[in-house]
Design a binder for this molecule. Structure first.
Ligand SMILES: [Zn+2]
Length: 390
């Protein structure tokens, strides 16, 4: 309960810190929890910390993961969009994967890599945290199906087709230039090959057109590894609209809800827009050493409007009401969204709070288990089965 206490202290009296019940804690512990997107590899590449022990910073470490009942966080092999032009993406991807092997090598009693649904279940049975790998940004594929096979062999089990800019595979929701009007010809062939080889197609980050083309082509269910609902953030293409969620559900896929405040809250979204405009006016980018200082000052005079756990639950309700419980998962984006996480969902120790919120809204334990992992594991298994037949 150390962290619940800490959160209360940080939030002061205005926000309501919740304390999960025995039932919520037990449900979180007894159920496999899969998180679609956690940015540990890039975090420790940037600023190394030993996450096999408690760490000062970050949203993830082993003790907090155990406290939260987390069992299978997809480790994001994140390749910044700039690598499409600069080169070096294959090297970076290999190094980030190496770092996950090193992590498991240092603490084989705590972690194990997971290349299949069976591996996730085995790790859970052995009391270890499974680490499946997802690649965020298909840049390292470099137009080569040999590279695709290489990264499959290294353990990559989903690929987010693009990140913040169009690449040789797909347009990006953040990139106003629509280079391909969806997917490139190679991107279309890649989706087919990902199905054949057994890598999940992740449509988070891509443009709407690219989403519709991917879902049309894919013979297996696709995922959104860390996206939320556009209805709550009008005009934000990075989130999914209702029509897309329906198409995703028809295809059997799952949308894994991103917790970041700017993904779930209109207010936080607007705060971000204003902040980004200021950064542009000052010609600042995040690679600039002054950006951090400016951000701190800006936050002091413009307090960040953190979203609430209730708002995250509203996103889950929305998907359930629209297409049913079978198509919802969680993709927190921990270690990927900086200091923007909602109250009561500040790090990997807080999944029991989410479970408590779901129980309070009348979700049954069966439904909660679907959200926590069963839906994603169903999709992953279908992708495995399709590949085994092709
Ligand atoms: Zn992302």
């Amino acid at each position: 309960m150390k962290y619940a206490f800490l959160v209360t202290a940080l939030l002061g009296s205005s926000a309501l810190a919740i304390t999960p019940s025995e039932q919520a804690i037990k449900l979180a512990k007894d159920t496999i929890i899969v998180d679609g997107h956690i940015d540990v590899p890039y975090r420790i590449n940037d600023e190394w910390e030993d996450v096999t022990r408690a760490t000062e910073g970050g949203d993830f470490d082993y003790p907090r993961a155990v406290q939260g009942g987390l069992n299978a966080p997809f480790m994001s092999i994140y390749i910044p969009a700039s690598y499409e032009q600069s080169g070096g993406s294959v090297l970076l991807a290999n190094k980030l994967i190496d770092s996950m092997e090193a992590l498991v090598g240092r603490a084989p009693d705590k972690f194990s890599l997971a290349y299949s649904v069976a591996d996730v279940e085995k790790a859970f049975a052995e009391g270890k945290i499974a680490l499946p790998l997802g690649m965020e940004n298909g840049t390292p594929i470099q137009g080569s199906m040999d590279n695709l096979r290489h990264f499959y062999e290294r353990g990559i089990r989903y690929i987010t087709l693009a990140h913040s800019q169009a690449n040789h595979i797909s347009d990006s929701s953040y990139d106003l230039r629509r280079k391909w009007n969806g997917l490139s010809d190679f991107g279309k062939a890649l989706v087919v090959e990902m199905n054949n080889i057994g890598i999940m197609v992740d449509i988070s980050h891509v443009s709407d057109q690219a989403f519709y083309q991917a879902i049309e082509i894919s013979k297996a269910p696709v995922i959104a590894s860390h996206s939320s609902i556009r209805q709550f953030t009008p005009g934000f293409e990075r989130n999914m609209n209702d029509d897309m969620i329906k198409k995703l559900a028809e295809n059997g896929g799952v949308i894994m809800i991103n917790f970041g405040s700017s993904f779930v809250s209109r207010k936080a979204r607007q705060w971000n827009d204003r902040f980004n405009t200021k950064m542009d006016e000052k010609n600042l980018s995040w690679s600039d050493p002054n950006a951090e200082t400016f951000s701190k000052q800006y936050r002091q005079s413009n307090p960040y409007p953190y979203a609430s756990l209730e708002l995250v639950l509203d996103h889950i309700d929305h998907v359930r009401d629209l297409v049913g419980i079978e198509h919802i998962g969680i993709g927190s984006d921990y270690d990927g969204v900086g200091d923007s996480l909602p109250e009561n969902l500040k790090d990997v120790s807080t999944y029991p709070n989410l479970v408590q919120g779901l129980l309070d809204r009348g979700y049954s334990p069966e439904d909660i288990r679907k959200i926590l992992s069963e839906n994603l594991l169903r999709v992953w298994r279908q992708v495995e089965d399709y590949a085994a037949r092709h």
